[in-house]
Each structure stands twice: as C-alpha cells, then as structure tokens.
Design a protein around this ligand. Structure first.
Ligand code: UD1
Ligand code: CA
Length: 449
C-alpha cells in the first residue's frame, strides 16, 4: 500500500558568520557556477515542491533579504535569527512561521549548495514511511570526515545520536558516516524537541544535531538517508568553495555531453548554472560561459572564447578568441572570428565579422560582411548610440563607424573610411584622404641625406 505523501516546508539556515571565508560578503552569497550558494539551495527546495521556503538570516544580512525578495517575491519567507547561537537556535527562529505546521519540515543549510531535489524528496519520504519515525538524517560516507559531525548508529540501523567532532571521543572520531546537516523532522514534534535543546557542548551552541538524541529519548525512531559526499559537501572556506565549483562544473559538463554536445577537453570548459547547449554543438578547449547563454544545435565554438548573455543560432561558428558580451544575438550560419568583440549586437543570418573588430550596439543585416579591424564608435563619453548595417553591405577593412549611423542595404564602404553620415542603399562611400603620389621623391630624399 502506498503511503500518502505529506506536504513539506524547507527551512534554509544561512545566518552563520562564515568567518572561515574571510570575506565581507555573507558566506552563502558566494557564487558557484555564477549563482549564490543560497539561491542554489532555494531553487532546489522550490523544485522539490516545498509549500513554503523559509530562509533564516542574521540581523545584518539586510542585503541578502532584499536579494531574496527581488528574486522570489512572496515565494520565499525571511526570518531573522537575532544572535547566532547555533543551528538548533536558527531553526527555532522560524517558529513564528511554522508553529502550527503539521507537515514535514526539511532543514537545509545555505552552505551545502549541491543538494539535489530527489534527495530532499527521499528525506520527506522516510518520515512518511512510518508513524514512529519523527526524524530523518541525511548522511554520507566521507573519506575525509574532518570537521563533519559523526552519526552514531544503533543495532537496528537507526540513528541514535549525532556527535560533533569537537565533542567526539577518539573512537567516535573514527566513524566515517557523517552528518550532511540536512534533517527532516515532523512538524508536530519539531518545536517540542527544539525547546529541550541545551548548549552544554564544546562550542556552547544549541546544536540542531541534538534533536536526534532527544527524539530517541521520547520514543521516536530516527531514519537515515545516505547520499554521495560530493552532493552534500559543506562550504566553509575558499578552498571548499573551489572544490564545490569543480563538482558543480563536472555535473554541467556531463549534462551538456549527455544532451549531445561534444566537449573536446571538458575540464577546460566552464559553464554557468543556466547555460543552454543544443545538440551536435562542438566546444573546443578553454571556453568560458557567463550567465544567460543559449546555444542552438550544430554550433561550433573554437578555443579561448568568453560568451555571456547571448543567443547563438544554428550553424554558427564562433572564435577562436572571441569575446561576446550581453545582449548579443548571432543569427543562423553567421561567423564571428578571432579577436572580435560583440556587445549588444545582433548579427542576422549569414553575417560575417571575422577579424579584429568591435561591434557595439549594432545591427548587422543578413549576409553583410564586416572587414578586418572595423570598429563601431558607439560611445561619445555620455551616451551609447546605434549602428545599423544593411543586408548584404560590405564594410571595408579598418572602417570606423561613428554612431549613430546607418549603412544601407548592399552599400560598400571603402577600406579605412571614417563614416559619420548615413550611406544610402547600394552606394559606395569613401571617407578618407585621397592618395597623392610624388614620383622619385624618395630617391631625391635619400640623396639629400
Ligand atoms: C554542521 C553540523 C555538522 C555537519 C555539518 C555539515 C551542527 C551543530 N553541526 O556543522 O554535524 O556535519 O554542518 O556541513 O549542526 N547557521 C545559522 N545560525 C547559527 C549557526 C549556523 O543559521 O547560529 C547556519 C550557517 O549559516 C550554515 C549552517 O547553519 O549555513 C551550518 O552552520 P555551520 O556553522 O557551518 O555548521 P558546521 O560547523 O559546518
Ligand atoms: Ca558548514
């Protein structure tokens, strides 16, 4: 018989000082794959269909609460833990929001950003599996258990208590089954258990982990879910931040390859949490994707490109050595070559910008060809202006396009021109000094010297 699935609320603890980061930025706002750790956890909690997500912050984290409001409006509640008295005390701070709640409460940590939705759901499932199970702990086998709390198990496979390293005996320290921090507790007992916490331990803190022992003393069972240490790693320092980044990047690389992209040297390609990569895309070594990139099918990205905020359509070739900045859109079969920078620029189908160019705030028509060294002068020191280049236009090498300016369809611009006025469709514009030639001048000059 299938048990009914209880609803759940996720409480995310984020109030800790995070001193080991040595940073002015709150620890949970440090980014992994371009997104703050806390937002990774919030997004995962929402994906796990939490009825409500509650984030616990400290009084001085006003900016974090603002950011949460900006991103999630009313989907996420904020509560403040007045003093950082420990993880147990932090959950207590959510009592005002959760007091009468009878569903499952899943406690997540803002510094454990790689947790997956399925894991949250299986934690909730353990509570639903038996009326006697009031608590479920999420554990991991760790080869380097260092600072993690250790799970002390009973003979029947239940969790008896959690011991923090600082309070552990030498024998307990040898346990390799560790506490990830994630805990699921039935709403009906959570605050009764928290009320009984004390701070008689090495840190003088109210530990959430003591809820296990207290639940067992009251006759409840405590279940266990085990997940991989990679998924559950806690970030307390910059070294751990870098390690978490590498784990997250590996997952994104794997996902891109599973969806049909070829990564020639996966370890040298860096994605953003939201990078979209189509099928039969080939990415050469040393490419970095910033936020909001959408690559369609059959695109080739050659080495040493940096791409952000851009849509790249089918059959495009980019790079090597291209920098594509936000607001750009590269049309089907267009080419962007070496040492080219695009910013807020749309290239229509089949347009080519192949060598040493800067196109900013520009619109380049279908099949237009932009010669080597062409530059848009889009900024006058105060405002940005637009450059429009018509379909099939041919811009000679080393042209400066002084915006705002418009080059008509099929127009040709002579190499080396400085274009300050609009050019009509199909015209030739030459805007440079006329070449003079003085016969034998050089010969006479050398003789004189
Ligand atoms: C905690 C666990 C430990 C576990 C480890 C996993 C306890 C007592 N220990 O230790 O068993 O192995 O996580 O990573 O729970 N926080 C608050 N308010 C506070 C204190 C902390 O909101 O007063 C938040 C922090 O911002 C952080 C999370 O709780 O997101 C965990 O706190 P942290 O101090 O990092 O706990 P650990 O020492 O890592
Ligand atoms: Ca931690």
């Amino acid at each position: 018989m299938k048990k009914e699935e209880q609803k759940r609320i996720c409480v995310i603890l984020a109030a800790g000082k995070g001193t080991r980061m040595r940073s002015k930025l709150p620890k949970v706002m440090h980014k992994i794959t371009g997104k703050p750790m806390l937002m990774h956890v919030i997004d995962t909690a929402l994906a796990a269909r939490a009825e409500k997500v509650v984030v616990v912050t400290s009084p001085d984290m006003e900016s974090v609460r603002d950011e949460i409001k900006n991103r999630y409006n009313d989907a996420v509640d904020n509560v403040v833990q007045k003093q950082q008295l420990g993880t147990g005390d932090a959950v207590k701070a959510a009592e005002s929001v959760l007091a009468k709640y009878k569903g499952n409460v899943i406690v997540l940590y803002g510094d454990t950003p790689l947790i997956e939705q399925e894991t949250i759901l299986s934690m909730s499932g353990v509570l639903d599996s038996s009326p006697d199970t009031a608590v479920a702990v999420l554990g991991m086998e760790s080869a380097l258990p260092n600072a993690y709390g250790r799970l002390v198990m009973d003979k029947k496979g239940g969790v008896e208590r959690i011991v923090e390293v600082k309070d552990a005996t030498a024998k307990e320290k040898q346990i390799t089954l560790c506490n990830s921090g994630v805990m699921a507790v039935k709403g009906s007992v959570l605050f009764k258990l928290l009320a009984r916490l004390d701070n008689k331990n090495a840190n003088g803190e109210f530990y959430l982990t003591d809820v296990v022992k207290l639940a067992r003393e009251s006759g409840h069972d405590c279940g266990l879910v085990i997940a991989e240490a990679r998924e559950l790693m806690g970030v307390n320092s910059r070294v751990e931040l870098a390690f978490a980044e590498s784990i997250a990047q590996d997952k994104l690389r794997q996902k891109a390859m599973e969806h049909g992209a070829t990564l020639i040297d996966p370890l040298s390609i860096y994605f953003s949490y939201d990078t979209k990569i189509g099928k039969d895309v080939v990415i050469h070594p040393n490419v970095v994707f910033g936020e909001k990139v959408d690559i369609k099918d059959n695109v080739e990205i050659r080495s040493f490109c940096h791409i952000e905020g851009t849509k790249v359509h089918e059959h495009v070739v980019v790079g090597p050595f291209a920098r594509i900045r936000p607001g750009s859109d590269i049309g089907e079969s267009a080419h962007v070559g070496n040492f080219v920078e695009l910013k807020n620029t749309k290239l229509e189908k089949g347009a080519k910008v192949n060598h040493l160019s800067y196109m900013g705030d520009a619109h380049v028509g279908e099949k237009a060809n932009i010669g080597a060294g062409t530059i848009t002068c889009n900024y006058d020191g105060f405002n940005k202006h637009k450059t429009e280049i018509g379909a099939g236009a041919f811009i000679g090498s080393n042209t400066s396009l002084v915006a705002p300016v418009k080059v008509g369809d099929g127009a040709v611009i002579a190499a080396g021109s400085v274009i300050t006025r609009d050019v009509a469709d199909n015209s030739l514009a030459i805007a440079r000094a006329v070449q003079e030639e003085k016969a034998d001048w050089a010969k006479k000059f050398r003789k004189k010297k």
